[in-house]
Design a binder for this molecule. Structure first.
Ligand code: ADP
Length: 490
């Protein structure tokens, strides 16, 4: 592929079954991050548009059979899965265009989420929504109890730009299959992954009007309006911790259920018996792939002092050889950062790290050969102060901080010295030892010796300020359901 494969998504929003532009006709530009050129426009929706979308979702929930008809929901989700299969290559080009993610690593951004739709359709079809739990003793004598799993109602889904199509699917399809109605508010930088989903739902499926709505906008206030609207019962949000706090506060006055998947500053503890030649090339790869724009990235590498220089050399070798460049080249694995603002934020944090005493081992600036696009060099910083900004703030760039330790207890303390608790990694030749360390990490997930913890059948989410609730697994589906206990006389 070449940059001539740039593809603009549908500029229209989906509100109450209609694909439309905003009343004022306002649009905003979508930029291809690898060339800085304008790839096209999206509709700049307003708070009035959002209010109409919420009203439509409310009406569809309250006065249609959607929330009670599992078979029909299965039909619509299965149709959506087939339609997404048909549109897959178009969606891939749109995601590369608006995110700048290398086409060679779009499996997780496109193919996996398309399959996820089928997964939730099947999961929701066989889920036991009504459970007879038998006879229970109670104050007034024994009674029979049923548990109903009911949809929550109107769900607002607010998504970020790093994996927009995946997160649009992951936040909305379990909610829909559980019987809720949904308003999706995609990120400003990546509106098309959302508007295309809206177009496909409107043109290629039988979803009733109002069940699924998409409002694109360049203004944060439109997302804020969704999270504050009293007609919305739940918000599912993925994004920064700062915005997550605002979303939680906005929902407080109507006690909205709020599911948050926020930032991370995950640590990889490399114990002194680990095979560094296995653990560290992978650690460096995770930092660079997709430009480090991943919330689960283990961005703090904790190396034992006894193997510190050996470890730094391996990390540097992998980072220096990492294939960075044009995201349309299938051999490239690191593209640009999403925007000039993100690039400057990453460069600013690197500078702050150096100012606080970190030693620059490689990178630190923008690649010489790439003079357009928002690229940042793969950057390795050693001797990082565990309390410095670069060790505490999420960088969201191709940057690794290396911190030395002497004892296992010290490593665990450094790893847990964070407001975040999303994930972590432990490497050791002794799996039991690694498991003991993993148990003491205050995070939602841990991988041992590269073991993968993420997948549709296991719960995923953050502790501390990395989030609330869990996506995936049975937990992830039940987040979109309310539990009602019904008592019957014997
Ligand atoms: P970033 O800072 O990395 O751009 P954000 O966490 O701000 O990421 O954005 C994630 C999503 O939250 C986007 O869809 C954005 O439009 C939305 N958003 C931004 N501000 C607010 C807000 N105050 N309330 C609700 N949503 C918001």
């Amino acid at each position: 592929m070449t940059t001539s494969d740039l593809l603009a998504g549908d500029p229209r929003m989906l509100i109450d079954g209609e694909l439309l532009a905003t009343a004022g006709g306002a649009t905003f530009d979508v930029i291809h991050p690898a060339t800085e050129e304008v790839a096209g426009q999206a509709t700049d929706g307003t708070t009035d548009d959002m209010a109409r979308a919420v009203a439509a979702a409310r009406r569809a929930f309250d006065s249609t059979g959607w929330s009670r008809d599992v078979e029909f929901r299965y039909h619509c989700l299965t149709q959506l899965h087939t339609a997404l299969e048909r549109n897959k290559e178009r969606l891939r080009r749109i995601v590369v265009t608006e995110v700048g993610v290398p086409v060679g690593i779009t499996q997780s951004q496109i193919d996996a989420p398309v399959e996820e739709v089928a997964h939730w359709a099947e999961f929701g079809k066989s889920f036991e929504y009504l459970r007879d739990t038998g006879v229970h003793d109670s104050m007034g004598g024994p009674s029979r109890r049923m548990i109903h799993y009911d949809p929550i109602g109107v769900v607002g889904a607010i998504t970020p730009w790093n994996a927009p199509f995946y997160l649009n699917v992951a936040e909305t399809t379990p909610a829909l299959m559980a019987g809720n109605t949904v308003i999706l508010k995609p990120a400003q930088l990546t509106p098309w992954s959302g508007s295309e989903l809206g177009r496909i739902v409107a043109e290629e499926t039988d979803f009733p009007a109002g069940v699924f709505n998409v409002v694109t906008s360049d203004a944060n206030e439109v997302g804020a309006a969704l999270s504050a609207d009293p007609r919305v019962d739940m918000i599912t949000f993925t994004g920064s911790t700062a915005t997550g706090r605002a979303v939680l506060a906005a929902g407080a006055s109507t006690v909205k259920r709020t599911m948050l998947e926020l930032g991370g500053k995950s640590a990889h503890i490399v114990l002194d018996d680990a095979d560094l030649t296995k653990a560290l090339p992978m650690a460096a790869t995770l930092a660079c792939i997709a430009s480090g724009q991943s919330c689960v990235l283990p961005s703090r590498i904790l190396l034992p002092r006894s193997r510190y220089d050996e470890g730094l050399a391996i990390l540097k070798a992998t980072m220096d050889a990492f294939p960075v460049g044009d995201p349309w080249d299938p051999t490239v694995m690191q593209g640009p950062q999403i925007s000039a603002g993100q690039r400057d934020k990453v460069l600013g944090l690197i500078a702050s790290g150096i100012a606080s005493g970190a030693r620059l081992i490689t990178g630190g600036g923008t690649p010489e050969k790439l003079n357009r696009g928002y690229y940042v060099q793969a950057t390795l910083l050693a001797d990082v102060d565990p309390d410095s900004r670069i060790a505490q703030e999420e960088v969201f760039g191709p940057v690794l901080c290396v911190l030395p330790f002497d004892t296992e207890d010290e490593a665990i303390a450094i790893a847990n010295n964070s407001i975040y608790g999303l994930s972590g990694e432990v490497s050791s030749a002794d799996e039991d030892r690694a498991l003991r360390v993993a148990q003491r990490l205050r995070t939602g997930s841990v991988g041992i010796n590269g073991g993968m913890y993420f997948g549709l059948t296991s719960p995923f989410g953050g502790t501390k300020q990395s989030g609330l609730g869990r996506r995936n697994g049975t937990h992830g589906f039940e987040e979109y359901l309310e539990i009602k206990t019904v008592g019957l006389p014997l």
